[in-house]
Design a protein around this ligand. Structure first.
Ligand SMILES: CC(C)[C@H](C(=O)O)[C@@H](O)C(=O)O
Ligand code: SF4
Length: 470
């Protein structure tokens, strides 16, 4: 079946290539190329297979790793928390029983599932990639169709290598112009989520395009696609180009030599056709984007670092109650300024911002300076490979000399499923993607920002505008 008779978007091209058969109504059976498995959403899925007497259909298309529950210190010792220990042990038992490839905790390849896929070259243009984790959208940065699935779908993919899917709508976010100095991919995606809201892309796959997107490195593109989910999108994607190919070339699971050249020729066709239509388009001028900081308990509660916390009395009754509650939780006064707000903890990590480029950008700010007195500051590389690369470049020494803790890879303080947590009332400058109540530990207060902004906050002990650093 060919579809060359009408212009299609990148999303439609990948979708069409993966439809196996129609299902009920508009639904289709979609073939899945890669299945990433973590310890959180897979136990019941494997249990389901066991009960039904099924096997894993394509173990070679599947890869498992533990990331959420792993401590980021003392890796050679047993995990102290019994629930976390049990989750990791269960994954290890399941992968052994079902013959699924597994990246062991002590392997150099271990890390956050959305960091290791690209690291290893498992994430390739044109593929369908799923994982029982919402931030699977990260992999769309390579021009893949990548989305999060629930536990029952994890079981379905394990058993059949397919999913029943309903077609998505398609949104284009076009970012014209250049991002100003000191403004990063993280600021851009925070600005987009702030503009369209956490439900702004519900039911849509977002494609990002335009000069500012083309200018991003792969880490930046992953940051943008990662947080698409915070705008309600099912996935985010960016057409592959020379930046993508340069990143991929030479990675372990990427085709080599002549096979790479052949693949590249195919990947070049993975872009939206001229005249392809979208259900929705958003236009952003990159020149207007500033360093962004969240003030509330939802990623859309965000403003420029020069901005102020909203004043609820200026709002209608519903918005007013919401903002009042957020400010109360966050311990912020209405109308107060974000710049100068004291912070207790700095977390540089998570699948949004724990890649080598993110660590370089933070280290550049930190080099030769010191973390402010009482601030507890953590750098948690996204994978063992990122950690080794950073150490080879001496970034670990820059961070440690400044007073940062240098940790083992994992989700860490992005969410409180492991020992890295905020204490109640602590305020954190965080490079992660969610600032929900209790996300980093009960009572913890999260301000999302870029790695450079978080690094600067660590040095001053309060939120600063990275553009104004001496
Ligand atoms: C625990 C996991 C299922 C969850 C997700 O799906 O995203 C987590 O990774 C998160 O970031 O909240
Ligand atoms: S780093 Fe955070 S957002 Fe990413 S998968 Fe882990 S918990 Fe989820």
């Amino acid at each position: 079946m060919t579809h060359t008779d009408y212009p299609r978007t990148l999303f439609q091209k990948i979708w069409d290539r993966h439809v196996v058969a129609p299902a009920d109504g508009d639904n289709v059976v979609l073939y899945i190329d890669r299945h990433l498995v973590n310890e959180v959403t897979s136990p019941q899925a494997f249990e389901g297979l066991r009960i039904a007497g099924r096997t894993v259909r394509r173990p070679g298309a599947t890869i498992a790793v533990a990331d959420h529950n792993v401590p980021t210190t003392d890796r050679d010792r047993p995990i102290a928390d019994s629930d976390s220990r049990a989750q990791v042990a269960t994954l290890e038992r399941n992968v052994a029983e079902f013959g699924v490839p597994y990246v062991p905790l002590l392997s150099r390849a271990q890390g956050i599932v959305h960091v290791i896929g690209p690291d290893l070259g498992l994430t390739l243009p044109g593929l369908t990639i799923v994982c029982g984790d919402s931030h699977t959208s990260t992999h769309g940065a390579f021009g893949a169709l990548a989305f999060g699935i629930g536990t029952s779908e994890v079981e379905h993919v394990l058993a059949t290598q397919t999913l029943i899917q309903r077609p998505a709508k398609n949104m284009l976010v076009k970012v014209a112009g250049k991002l100003p100095n000191g403004v990063t991919a993280k600021d851009l995606i925070l600005a987009i989520v702030g503009r369209i809201g956490t439900a702004g892309a519900n039911g849509h796959v977002i494609e990002y395009a335009g000069e500012a997107i083309d200018a991003l490195d792969m880490a930046g593109r992953m940051t943008v696609c990662n947080m698409s989910i915070e705008a309600g999108a099912r996935a985010g994607m960016i057409a592959p180009d020379e930046v993508t190919f340069a990143y991929l070339n030479g990675r372990p699971m990427v085709p080599h030599g002549a096979a790479f050249e052949r693949a590249k020729a195919e990947w070049l066709a993975l872009r939206s056709d001229e005249g392809a239509s979208y259900d929705h388009q958003i236009d952003i001028d990159a020149a207007d984007v500033e360093p962004m900081v969240t003030w509330g308990t939802s990623p859309e509660a965000v403003t420029s670092v020069r901005g102020r916390v909203p004043d609820p009395t200026a709002l209608g009754p519903d918005a007013r109650r919401q903002v009042e509650r957020a400010l109360d939780y966050m311990g912020l006064l209405p109308g107060s300024s974000l710049k100068g707000l004291p912070i207790d903890v700095v977390f540089i990590g998570s699948c949004t911002n724990s890649r080598i480029e993110d660590l370089r950008s933070a280290a550049q700010i930190v080099r030769g300076r010191q973390v402010a007195g009482a601030v507890r500051a953590l750098v948690v590389p996204g994978s063992g490979q990122v950690k080794a690369q950073a150490e080879a470049e001496g970034l670990d020494r820059i961070f440690k000399a400044a007073g940062f803790e240098w940790r083992e890879p994992g989700c860490s303080m992005c969410l409180g499923m492991n020992p890295d947590r905020l204490r109640p009332g602590e305020r954190c400058a965080s490079t992660s993607n969610r600032n929900f109540e209790g996300r980093q530990g009960p009572g913890g207060r999260t301000h999302l920002m870029s790695p450079a902004m978080a690094a600067a906050a660590a040095l001053f002990g309060h939120i600063v505008d990275v553009r104004e650093l001496p």
